[in-house]
Design a protein. Structure first.
Length: 316
């Protein structure tokens, strides 16, 4: 394989990941305006739109992988994305955000489901495969979580009065359509390039999925976190990290598995990724229960993330 061809594949992969992230951002902005024009309040917009859009690049990438016959990339990408969310993004949040305290109640709707989601994901893939029945369990758990959130927020009006609604904008509709189109195209080319690079370098597909793809598809969460640091909204960023990790574990894995019948778990995940994700999740949970994050917490997490990247080199 020539170096020029490899560089072309890497360049196309970077462009495809950019299309994924940028398309997700455009879709996010358009869909929020449409949702408000339809009368959805900020509570529902936050759950359904912001929560889904942060994981939309990874979700579409995983669907494209299954539809193109590369099912092993799904679990590897999810594990890598959760590791990136927790160790890299939460680490950046803790280090650059400084010492921040909060009330545990602020995360009480997300922390238990985070623990449940990570535990279920580990239990369902520990045998090296995620079958359709296990995927249904994950998806039903997520549906029950959404039902709980909606029920909990029923004291708020989920649908606003017509007088309070924003006017409908066709530009927002065009943005939403353009955004989702860019996401789909980016996902398709991302899967193609990951497969080409892995085949050309004779390395596991999961190695690229758990590292480069996971980082690229986690960029929406990273951008929200950087904005939260700038605006001193640390609690919101922690909530987004928890929510994105839950969506990854329960939905991004389950829907592709239901479509394909089962998902094989790559050796990179079984030998390294799973252990790192479990340890990282325990650290995040401990930080939430400690009711504060300190700069040294972030430094430790960032060092752990570098250790994870270095350990990936054994699979090359």
């Amino acid at each position: 394989m020539s170096l020029i061809l490899l560089l072309q594949w890497v360049g196309i992969l970077m462009a495809a990941l950019y299309a994924l992230v940028k398309g997700s951002d455009i879709f996010h902005k358009g869909s929020i305006q449409i949702s408000r024009a339809l009368g959805m309040n900020s509570f529902m917009v936050g759950i359904l739109i912001v929560g889904i859009c942060t994981s939309l690049p990874l979700f579409t990438f995983s669907l494209a992988g299954v539809l193109q016959g590369s099912s092993t990339i799904v679990v590897a990408s999810v594990i890598g994305s959760n590791i990136t969310n927790i160790l890299l993004i939460f680490g950046i949040l803790a280090y650059f955000g400084g010492t921040v305290s909060w009330k545990l109640e602020e995360f009480w709707s997300r922390l238990p489901i985070f623990c449940i989601a990570i535990s279920l994901l580990v239990m369902t893939i520990i045998d090296g495969q995620l079958d359709r029945l296990e995927a249904l369990l994950l998806l039903i758990t997520f549906a029950a979580y959404i039902y709980y959130l909606v029920t909990e927020g029923k004291n708020d009006n989920l649908i606003e009065e017509k007088n309070d609604r924003e006017p409908f904008s066709y530009i927002s509709l065009i943005n939403a359509i353009f955004g989702i189109t860019a996401v789909i195209i980016g996902a398709k080319f991302s899967v193609d390039m990951v497969t080409n690079i892995a085949t050309g370098l004779e390395i596991p597909v999961g190695l690229i999925s758990i590292s480069a793809v996971a980082f690229g598809t986690s960029l929406p969460v990273l951008l929200i976190t950087l904005e939260a640091i700038r605006n001193k909204q640390i609690e919101m960023a922690v909530g987004v990290i928890l929510g994105a990790s839950v969506f990854n574990a329960l939905v991004v894995t389950s829907v592709p598995a239901i479509i394909s019948g089962s998902l094989a778990v790559d050796s990179v995940v079984m030998d390294l990724g799973l252990v790192v994700m479990i340890v990282a999740s325990v650290v995040l949970i401990a930080s939430c229960f400690d009711k504060q994050i300190k700069r040294w917490h972030g430094l430790v997490m960032l060092a752990f993330f570098v250790f994870f990247l270095l350990k990936l080199s054994i699979f090359i």
